[in-house]
Design a protein around this ligand. Sequence first.
Ligand SMILES: [Fe+2]
Ligand SMILES: [Fe+2]
Length: 228
Amino acid sequence: MPQRKTIADKVRCAVAQDIEAIFKNRFFTALHENAITLDGIKLFANEYFWASNGFPKILATACAGMSTDELRMPFVTNLWDEHGQGKSISSHRAMLGRFLEFLQIIPVNAVGGPADRYVAAMVALCRDATEAGLLGIIGPGCEAFTPREYRVIVRHLQNNFSIPDTALEFFLDHINHDHQHISALYNAFEVAVKDDNDLSDAIEGAKKAVAIEQQFWTDMHAHIMRDD
Ligand SMILES: [Fe+2]
Ligand SMILES: [Fe+2]
C-alpha cells in the first residue's frame, strides 16, 4: 500500500522544479564548466562569508515568528549549531573564516552586494510570514538543498584548486550535519500545518525563498565575473 504523503513531502514536491532551476543557474553551470578562476573563488568566498554572517539574523527572525516552544525548537537548535554549540571556534563564521584565511583574503562587506541583498530579502520574507510559511522558507526553501549546493562547490574546489579538507570544514560540516536541521523542520510541519491555507502558506514561503536563492546565485555569478 502506498505510504501517505507527509506535509513536508507535499511542500517539497511543490518546489522541486524551482530547486532544480538553482542547479541550472549560471553560477553552477560555470562551476561544472570549470569556468570560475581562483580570483572568482576569492570573490565568492568573501560574499559567501557575509551571506553566512546574515544567516543567524534570518533564523532568529523566523524563530521570533513561532508561537510555541515546540515550533521554536528547530530554529533554536539550528541557531545553537550555527554558533558552534557554544564553542566560538566551531561557529559557522569561524569555520568559513578559515576558508578565507586559506585563500589569504580578509572579508570586506559590500553594501548592496549579492550577500547583502540576499540577507535583506530573506529577513523581509520571514518578517511577513505565518508559522507554516516560515517552515516553508527555512526548510524546503533553504536548508533542504544547501548540502547539495555545497557538494557541487566542494567538488570544484577540490578538483580545480586542490583545496584541502581543513579549509573546507564549513562546507563539509553542512554536508554531514544539515540533515538534522532538515528533519526537525519537516517534523514541525505536522504541527504547524493544520489546513489547506497553512499548506499554501508553506508552499508560497518555500517558493519565494527559492526565488531569492536563484537571484542570489545569479547576482553571485555577475559579481565574480565582475559585470554587476
Ligand atoms: Fe551554517
Ligand atoms: Fe543547517
